[in-house]
Design a protein around this ligand. Structure first.
Ligand code: GLN
Length: 589
């Protein structure tokens, strides 16, 4: 029977519960256990697919087409397994199920209530993951223990202890130990309050993971142990780390997997972290600077492009380069083309997105990269804007556009997919999940993948318009990857450019620290080659003065670059675009 670990959070959100759950997954897997992870989200949206990235961060797409919480991205990267849509449940999806049963009459006339019907449905979701091929299910509960909407989830996980037996459940509580600068003290009181709150719901944590700026001293550990009623070795100090991939090593040194193993009565086992140690040492030893611009519209929130940033990190560490991300606000199309704005970049990434806002800036950046021989990687919307750019400026198709952004364009080189016509519901209705593509033998993309049949995840409603295929085929732009029936264009590349490559898919979702996504690896290699070449040309003194003003301050596993001045304006932080609902009225945004 599978064992269950529940990870809850206290004091504040954004503490790194997801990374704690992921690190624990890494460690248990390294002990030879079969692990799976799950996120329970107390909000009412059925899934995050229709939420704005400013609300929620990236929507992580699973192989089976689930639109899920970004923590699933961490889970997949840390345990190196594909998860499914079943690894994410929200209050909305739970109520949807219960209400459907009620309408079918499944409750046989009973009054339907939060307890037991909602809590039972929550438990059903948890048990659904505890299959015969899983030893440990790690379930992270989103939000913090004081939230009103978290109560049914806490009640469900409390009941689990009786359902599966005390010895098969471990409660891990992640909390904040803040540093108060004037008195130069770390404070344990918020942790005590948060544990009191959890206990008032009937859950006594077995392990407390304390997030703090620096490591906890022995006296504070003792205090937390006695005040919160946990064993001393179960007080885990998780200080800010320089790289998120260091976290499993830190947690292991702190004894997290040992104490969880004791609580669950797991057999003592050797922990093999060699692969993980190699990742951390690659990250640490990769020092050659690489300046990558990400042209997007949610640039003040790096979480909106989390998997893209991680895929860049994976590819860079493997190539021995240290990326600095320059966040470029796509809406500022003119500022973007201002003298020098893109000049110092070694490579440009144009990520996915929805709605017309910022599209002209992305097209301008794609054009700049094409004309200046700068490596450029387009992802989903990125491929679409690169297609539009080429149509307008190389094929002479004036006002070429996507019908998503201009319904009256004379040249809809990107158009709504046949299968999407007439689709009105926005949630879960895009072309979603993994699809196979065939790559042209000898193409740049086939070389990057080292294969001619590849599979990547998708999330879109619009496509390269096949009516324009002939004009592109007669040009230097090659449709180098298509769906197996040859109809859908999935990859494009430019024959006379070092790397101007794009895909309709999202290769970032499958990138791993130990196995960078091939397209990102090829992009980073091209960008690094360009840096090496420029560095030879530019005399030392000048090189220093041409450094872009960027920083990649990495705290607690979050990589945040400097925002563009545009993004720092408070008004830009308010985004009203239809997200994931890109074919809404074009006047919006
Ligand atoms: N808005 C575009 C579409 O729906 C691109 C989507 C994306 O980038 N994920 O086709």
């Amino acid at each position: 029977m599978a064992k269950h670990i529940f990870v809850t959070g206290g004091v504040v959100s954004g503490l790194g519960k997801g990374l704690t759950a992921s690190s624990l997954g890494t460690l248990l897997k390294a002990r030879g256990l079969r692990v799976t992870l799950q996120k329970l989200d107390p909000y009412i949206n059925v899934d995050p697919g229709t939420m704005n990235p400013f609300e929620h961060g990236e929507v992580f797409v699973t192989e089976d087409g689930g639109e899920t919480d970004l923590d699933l991205g961490h889970y997949e990267r840390f345990i190196d397994e594909f998860l499914t849509r079943n690894s994410n449940a929200t209050t909305g999806s739970i109520y949807q199920e219960v209400l459907a049963k009620e309408r079918r009459g499944d409750y046989l006339g009973k009054t339907v209530q939060v307890i037991p019907h909602i809590t039972d449905e929550i438990k059903r979701r948890i048990f659904a993951l505890a299959t015969d091929d899983v030893d440990v299910v790690i379930t992270e509960v989103g939000g913090t223990v004081g939230d009103i909407e978290i109560l049914p989830f806490l009640e469900a996980i409390r009941q689990m202890r009786l359902d599966v037996g005390r010895a098969n459940v471990c409660y891990v509580h992640v909390t904040l130990v803040p540093y108060i600068s004037p008195s130069r003290e770390l404070k344990t009181k918020p942790t005590q309050h948060s544990v009191t709150e959890l206990r008032s719901r009937g859950i006594t944590p077995d392990v407390i993971v304390c997030r703090s700026e620096g490591e906890l001293e022995a006296d504070l550990r003792l205090k937390i142990s006695s005040m919160c009623d946990v064993e001393l070795n179960a007080v885990i100090s998780a200080a800010d780390a320089s790289s998120l991939y260091e976290l499993p090593l830190i947690m292991h040194d702190e004894g997290l997997d040992t104490v969880v193993g004791q609580v669950l009565g797991l057999e003592q086992a050797e922990v093999d972290l060699t692969e993980w140690e190699a990742v951390v040492s690659h990250v640490a030893s990769a020092t050659a600077p690489l300046r990558i611009g990400i042209v997007g519209k949610y640039v003040s929130l790096a979480d909106a492009y989390l998997s893209v940033v991680e895929a860049l990190n994976h590819a860079s560490a493997a190539a021995g380069v240290k990326p600095t991300i320059d966040w470029i606000q796509a809406e500022d199309a003119e500022g973007l083309l201002a003298e020098g704005r893109l000049h110092d970049l070694d490579g440009i990434v144009i990520p996915g997105g929805f709605g017309p806002r910022g599209v002209e800036g992305k097209i301008a950046a794609a054009n700049w990269a094409r004309e200046h021989g700068v490596p450029c990687l387009g992802l989903c919307l990125g491929m679409q804007v690169m297609t539009i750019e080429y149509a307008r400026n190389a094929l002479g198709l004036e006002r070429a556009n996507s019908s998503e952004f201009d319904r009256s364009t004379p040249h809809p080189v990107i158009d709504i997919m046949e299968t999407q016509r007439g689709v009105t519901d926005k949630g879960g209705t895009m072309r979603l999940g993994a699809y196979i593509a065939r790559l042209k033998p000898g193409s740049q993309v086939a070389e990057a993948y080292g294969a001619e049949v590849v599979s990547e995840r998708h999330r879109h409603r619009f496509e390269f318009n096949p009516r324009y295929r002939g004009r592109f085929d007669a040009s230097a732009l090659s449709c180098s990857g298509t769906s197996p029936d040859g109809r859908l264009v999935e990859f494009i590349e430019l024959e006379d450019h070092p790397f101007w490559v794009a895909t309709q898919g999202h290769p970032e979702f499958k990138s791993r620290p130990t196995r960078p996504a091939p397209l990102f690896a090829a992009f980073v290699a091209a960008a690094a080659a360009r840096t090496a070449a420029t560095r030879v040309e530019v005399p030392q003194g000048e090189a220093a003065s041409s450094e872009p003003q960027v920083s990649d301050e990495t705290t607690a596993g979050r990589v945040r670059g400097r925002r563009s001045s545009q993004a720092e304006r408070p008004d830009v932080a308010v985004d009203r675009d239809p997200v994931g609902v890109g074919d809404g009225p074009v006047s919006r945004g």
